[in-house]
Design a protein around this ligand. Structure first.
Ligand code: SF4
Length: 204
């Protein structure tokens, strides 16, 4: 197994990624975690334990960010599940490197943390990408399988709207496997809350 530093930071194309937790309240049917142990440069994104901020900072200190134009909080887990570490790490990266920061999230951070984290999140990073995944709460429940149940879809949309009120740099995403009709419905939802929709290619 790779050492913890290697597992915390991995790269894919011209981006560097931070894998700060394996915790996630969902079990998406398409989650890459159920298919392989790593993506990009990583060998194994399953962490031995949830890293502390000091461990993440050490991984950052040991990594050469030359040639990377963005750091993205996106690993084998939901980054807002380790929100305190995320916020401290974002501050550390801004002070140390001054690189653009993005969070890829399932948008359930307010439920996970049992409080509204959007203000703190949007002031900590430059961009927030939220997984919309489906056009309605029933499909979302069956596809994302969140432990918070049927309220999750509305909570995710509310999270997206709150972020949109705080910053222009919010996007929603879907995976292309949902099909053209469903993508069109998701586009309508995204348009109705004035957030761009990104259609991601499913990678297996
Ligand atoms: S929210 Fe992300 S990490 Fe969690 S199960 Fe879904 S795809 Fe996997």
């Amino acid at each position: 197994m790779a050492n913890l530093n290697e597992e915390i930071i991995y790269t894919y194309k011209d981006k560097a990624y931070l894998n700060i937790t394996n915790k996630c309240p969902c079990a998406c049917t398409f989650c890459i975690r159920s298919q392989k142990d790593a993506i990009g440069s990583a060998e194994n994104l399953w962490l031995n334990h949830n890293p502390s901020f000091d461990e993440v900072a050490k991984a950052i200190d040991d990594f050469d960010f030359d040639g990377y134009d963005e750091v993205i909080f996106c690993g084998y887990g939901e980054p807002t599940n380790s929100f305190d570490v995320l916020v401290k790490t974002a501050k550390y990266l801004r002070e140390k490197i001054g690189i653009k920061l993005r969070v890829n999230t399932n948008g359930l951070g307010n439920l996970i943390n049992d409080r509204d984290i959007t203000q703190e999140l949007c002031s900590s990073v430059d961009a927030v990408s939220i997984s919309l995944n489906c056009s309605n709460k029933e499909d979302y429940l069956n596809t994302v399988r969140p432990r918070f149940g049927i309220e999750s879809y509305d909570a995710m949309l509310d999270f997206a709207k709150k972020c949109r009120a705080l910053t222009d740099n919010v996007m929603l995403s879907v995976v292309d496997v949902i099909g053209e009709d469903e993508i069109a419905k998701c586009q309508k939802i995204a348009d109705s809350i004035n957030i761009p929709l990104r259609v991601r290619k499913f990678s297996s």
